[in-house]
Design a protein around this ligand. Structure first.
Ligand SMILES: [Zn+2]
Length: 234
């Protein structure tokens, strides 16, 4: 079995995709919405089912503002069915199946055990620019992680966070603070580089990388890495 993951768009069109994980997270998500509205740009929000269930009005605000909502799992913690349970919650609010999905913490082995991850219409989205804002709180560092990234250019998929998976509300309120300060600077920097920010449905995706099952480690691995390892073992 092989599992395709899309990590960037075509390198020929001057577009980049801003993506936000782990929300909806009121009022931080709403603050992100204000920044995006001021810049007149659309983005993609990979929401968690448990937060969508708790904060459905914030998901409705994302939709009303024209943004794209994707499936990022329910709790991010259970291997079996987490994305299927999230899909039931999310599609109930959006009114349609999620076309774009992203595994939480890039645990593809757990993610691909959900039915919804393997439906013909599902696109599994990775990233090629990690702002590291799940770990980093300094807005300067978050901004540099994006704007100074060696792969920043046409087709980049940029990963940011408007929420967190933790039940502790103080963590969820605090974690996106650096991102909120960095976001207008990132958007301005992308503009200076003539890169238009778009939602994923406005970007033509480049062919995916392939993950494959590795019997040795009982885990999913990048197919290219598996081939390299097999060649080295010969
Ligand atoms: Zn996540």
């Amino acid at each position: 079995m092989e599992y395709p993951v899309y990590i960037h768009g075509l390198r020929t069109a001057p577009k980049v995709a801003l993506t936000f994980d782990d929300g909806p997270n009121p009022p931080r998500t709403e603050q992100v919405l204000e920044i995006l509205a001021e810049a007149h740009i659309r983005a993609t929000f990979f929401v968690m089912g448990k937060w969508a269930e708790r904060f459905p009005r914030t998901v409705e605000r994302l939709l009303a503002a024209g943004h794209l909502v994707g499936n990022h799992g329910y709790s991010g913690q259970r291997p079996l069915g987490d994305y299927d349970e999230a899909e039931a919650v999310i599609s109930h609010i959006t009114g349609k199946p999620s076309r774009y999905l992203r595994s939480h913490t890039y645990n593809h082995a757990a993610y691909f055990q959900s039915e919804v991850s393997r439906l013909p219409g599902s696109l599994t989205i990775g990233l090629d620019i990690d702002a590291d804002d799940w770990d980093e709180s300094d807005p300067e560092a978050i901004t540099r992680n994006v704007l100074d990234h060696p792969r920043l250019g046409p087709g980049a998929i940029i990963n940011l966070h408007d929420g967190a998976e933790y039940e502790d509300p103080s963590v969820r309120l605090v974690r996106p603070l650096g991102t909120l300060v960095a976001l207008p600077r990132i958007i301005a920097g992308l503009r200076d580089r003539n890169l238009a920010c778009v939602a994923l449905d406005e970007m033509e995706l480049a062919p995916p990388v392939t993950w494959t099952w590795n019997d040795g480690t009982h885990d999913l691995v990048l197919k290219a890495d598996a081939q390299e390892r097999a060649a080295a073992a010969r």
